[in-house]
Design a protein around this ligand. Structure first.
Ligand code: ASP
Length: 581
C-alpha cells in the first residue's frame, strides 16, 4: 500500500513503507544520496546508501521506493515530516523527466509568466499552487454546503445561448446546423436565473462559468467563475445581506480559520464617494476625505475658484504628521491624481509655517483647520473638479498613501455593502441613459413612481436610485446584485428609458419578457467573483495563481496555443470565411 509522503511522523518510526512521488530535490554526497520526495500530501526526506540508481536521478523523475522510517538526525522544523526520514531499501524509476525549464521548488518562481503557463503541469506541482488549488476546492465545497443548508438548489444553465449583450462583448459560436446564426457564451446567467425564479425554483445558485470578450486588463480573465445566486420573494436587500454575510463568515471560518464580524457595515454610494473617493472603499485604514468646496469659493487661487465656479467641488485629505513630505513624493502623488482625471493636486503643509501652493490662498484658515482637523505637522492635499472626478482622484491618492505609509494592517478583513447606487448613467458618447448595474435592476421603491411617470423630466432620471448593492472587501469589489424588476410594465418602461424600443426589446429579450408575464414573484440576487475571492483568501495578487489553466493578458493560453487557426474544412462546415488583413 502506498503511503502519502506528507503523512509520515514520529509514530511511524520503525515501519516499512512504500512511497511514490516526484524527486523534488537531490543532494548527492558520494555514497549517500538525499532525496526530497514530493507527492500531493507533502514532502519527506529519503536517504539512499550505496544505491547507484539514486545518483542517476533527475529532478521531477517519478520514483517508487520501499524503505524504513527512522528518526532524522537533524530534524527540519519547516517540514511537517521534518522529524523523520525514510532509509531506502529498493528504488524504482517509474518515469523520467526531461531537463526542466524551471524548477517547481523555486519560490517565488523566476520563470516568466509565459513559460510558467506553457509548462503549467510543472508550475502546478509547486506546493504553493497545490495549496491554492486545494483552497479553491475548499471554498467551493463550503459554499455548496452552506447554500444547501439554506435550501438552495444548484442548477446548471447553458453555455451555448443567445447573444444578449450586457455591456461587454460576447464570445460567439457559429451554428453549423443553422448557417449564419450564432450562439453566444454567457456573460452571466442573469436571464436564466430570473427565468428559474419564474419556474418555481425559489432559491437558485450556481458556480457559473462566465465569458466576457473585453480588452484584458492585468487582473481580468476572459472566462471566469462566479457564484451566481437568486432568491424569490425577496423585496428588500436585507434578507440577502444577512444570507451572504453568513456565507462569507462560513467560508472564511472553514477555509482560513478567520472569524468575520457580522453584520457588515452598509454605506450609501454617495457617502462612500464623499468619504473615501471610491465606490469600493478600502476600510482597513482611515484617511477620510472632507469636502471643502464652501471654504474655497472665495479663494484667490484661480484653478480652485474656477473649478468651483464651474460647478465643481473641492475635496481635502488630511495626512497626519506628513508636513515634511518631499516635493518629489508630492509630485508622485500628483501623478496619481492626474492619472485619475484630476487637473492637479494642491497641497498645504502645516509646519512651523505654512508651505505649499495653497499657503497664500487660504480665505478662512481657522475654518479649514476645523473642517479637516489639520494640526501642526500635518499635510493637506486638495483636488477640485467635477464631483465624481475630484473625489475619485483624491480617493486614489488616499489608496497610494495607504500603501506608501504602510497604513494597511496585514491580515485585516473589512467587508462592507455599498448601497443606493444611481439607477442610470448618462452615456455622453451615445447620448442616452444606460443602466448602471443592468437593465433588470429595479429602482428603490420610493423612486418607482418617478420611473413610471412619463412626465418626470428625462434629464433628472440620474437622480433615481437603484435597489442594487455591491459587496466590497478590502477595497476590492467582490460582487454585486440587485432586487429585480418583476412587473412586465416596469421592465417595458425601463427598456424605453434606455432607448430600447418595444420591437428591439421583444427581439432581444422576448423570451425573458414572456416569463415575466406568467406569474413572476418579486426576486433578487447577487453574483460574487469566485476567482477574486479565492485569490484574496490565498493572499495572492494575481488571478492566475488561483485558476488552474488561465489565459495571459492577451487572452492566449500558452499551454494549448489557443486561440488557434482551424482547418479550412471546419470553417467550410460552419459556412465561415476568414477575411484576410
Ligand atoms: N448578473 C450580474 C453580474 O454578473 C450579477 C447580478 O445582478 O446578480 O454582474
Amino acid at each position: 500500500m502506498r503511503h502519502p509522503c506528507g503523512g509520515l511522523r514520529r509514530g511511524h518510526v520503525g515501519q516499512k513503507v512504500t512511497l511514490s512521488g516526484w524527486v523534488h530535490r537531490l543532494r548527492d554526497l558520494g555514497g549517500l544520496t538525499f532525496i526530497d520526495l514530493r507527492d500531493a500530501s507533502g514532502i519527506v526526506q529519503l536517504v539512499c546508501r550505496d544505491l547507484p540508481l539514486a545518483r542517476k536521478l533527475s529532478r521531477e523523475d517519478v520514483i517508487r521506493v520501499e524503505g524504513t522510517v527512522q528518526p532524522r538526525e537533524a530534524p527540519n522544523p519547516d517540514l511537517p515530516t521534518g522529524e523523520v526520514e525514510v532509509v531506502v531499501d529498493a528504488l524504482e524509476v517509474v518515469a523520467r523527466a526531461q531537463p526542466l525549464p524551471f524548477s517547481p521548488d523555486e519560490e517565488p518562481p523566476r520563470a516568466s509568466e509565459e513559460t510558467r503557463l506553457r509548462f503549467r503541469f510543472l508550475d502546478l506541482r509547486r506546493p504553493r499552487m497545490q495549496r491554492n488549488l486545494r483552497l479553491r476546492h475548499q471554498v467551493s465545497l463550503a459554499i455548496r454546503q452552506y447554500l444547501d443548508r439554506q435550501g438552495f438548489l444548484e442548477v446548471e444553465t447553458p453555455l451555448l445561448t443567445r447573444s444578449t449583450p450586457e455591456g461587454a462583448r460576447d464570445f460567439l459560436v457559429p451554428s453549423r446546423l443553422e448557417p449564419g446564426k450564432f450562439y453566444a457564451l454567457p456573460q452571466s446567467p442573469q436571464l436564466f436565473k430570473q427565468i428559474l425564479i419564474c419556474s418555481g425554483v425559489e432559491r437558485y445558485f450556481q458556480l457559473a462559468r462566465c465569458f466576457r470578450d473585453e480588452d484584458l486588463r492585468a487582473d481580468r480573465q476572459p472566462e471566469f467563475t462566479q457564484l451566481d445566486l437568486e432568491m424569490a420573494f425577496l423585496e428588500e436587500p436585507e434578507e440577502l445581506f444577512s444570507l451572504i454575510e453568513g456565507l462569507l463568515a462560513h467560508v472564511f471560518r472553514e477555509t482560513i480559520g478567520v472569524e468575520l464580524e457580522t453584520p457588515f457595515p452598509r454605506l450609501p454610494y454617495q457617502e462612500a464617494m464623499a468619504r473615501y473617493g471610491s465606490d469600493k472603499p478600502d476600510l482597513r485604514f482611515g484617511l477620510e476625505l472632507t469636502e471643502v468646496t464652501e471654504l474655497f469659493v472665495e479663494s484667490e487661487l484661480r484653478v480652485l475658484r474656477q473649478a468651483i465656479a464651474q460647478g465643481g467641488r473641492a475635496f481635502a485629505l488630511r495626512v497626519p504628521g506628513e508636513a515634511g513630505m518631499s516635493r518629489k513624493e508630492l509630485g508622485e502623488l500628483e501623478g496619481v491624481a492626474k492619472a485619475h482625471g484630476a487637473g492637479g493636486l494642491l497641497w498645504l503643509a502645516r509646519g512651523e509655517e505654512l508651505r505649499g501652493p495653497l499657503a497664500k490662498f487660504l480665505p478662512q484658515p481657522a475654518a479649514l483647520w476645523e473642517a479637516t482637523g489639520l494640526e501642526v505637522g500635518d499635510l493637506l492635499l486638495v483636488v477640485a473638479g467635477p464631483w465624481e472626478t475630484a473625489a475619485t482622484a483624491l480617493g486614489q491618492v488616499r489608496l497610494e498613501l495607504g500603501r506608501k505609509l504602510s497604513l494597511i494592517q496585514e491580515g485585516k478583513w473589512c467587508p462592507l455593502w455599498v448601497v443606493d447606487f444611481p439607477l442610470l448613467e448618462w452615456d455622453e458618447a451615445e447620448g442616452r441613459w444606460t443602466a448602471r448595474h443592468h437593465p433588470f435592476t429595479s429602482p428603490r421603491p420610493e423612486d418607482l413612481e418617478k420611473l413610471l411617470d412619463p412626465s418626470f423630466p428625462r434629464e433628472r432620471l440620474g437622480e433615481l436610485k437603484a435597489n442594487a448593492y455591491d459587496l466590497v472587501l478590502n477595497g476590492v469589489e467582490l460582487g454585486g446584485g440587485s432586487i429585480r424588476i418583476h412587473r412586465p410594465e416596469v421592465q417595458a418602461r425601463m427598456f424605453e428609458v434606455l432607448g430600447i424600443g418595444p420591437k428591439a426589446a421583444q427581439q432581444r429579450f422576448g423570451f425573458f419578457l414572456r416569463a415575466l408575464e406568467y406569474g413572476a414573484p418579486p426576486h433578487g440576487g447577487i453574483a460574487l467573483g469566485l476567482d477574486r475571492w479565492v485569490m484574496m483568501l490565498a493572499g495572492e495578487s494575481s488571478l492566475r495563481e488561483v485558476i488552474a489553466f488561465p489565459k495571459t493578458a492577451t487572452g492566449a493560453c500558452p499551454l494549448t496555443g489557443a486561440p488557434a487557426e482551424v482547418d479550412p474544412g471546419q470553417l467550410e462546415e460552419l459556412h465561415l470565411e476568414v477575411k484576410e488583413g
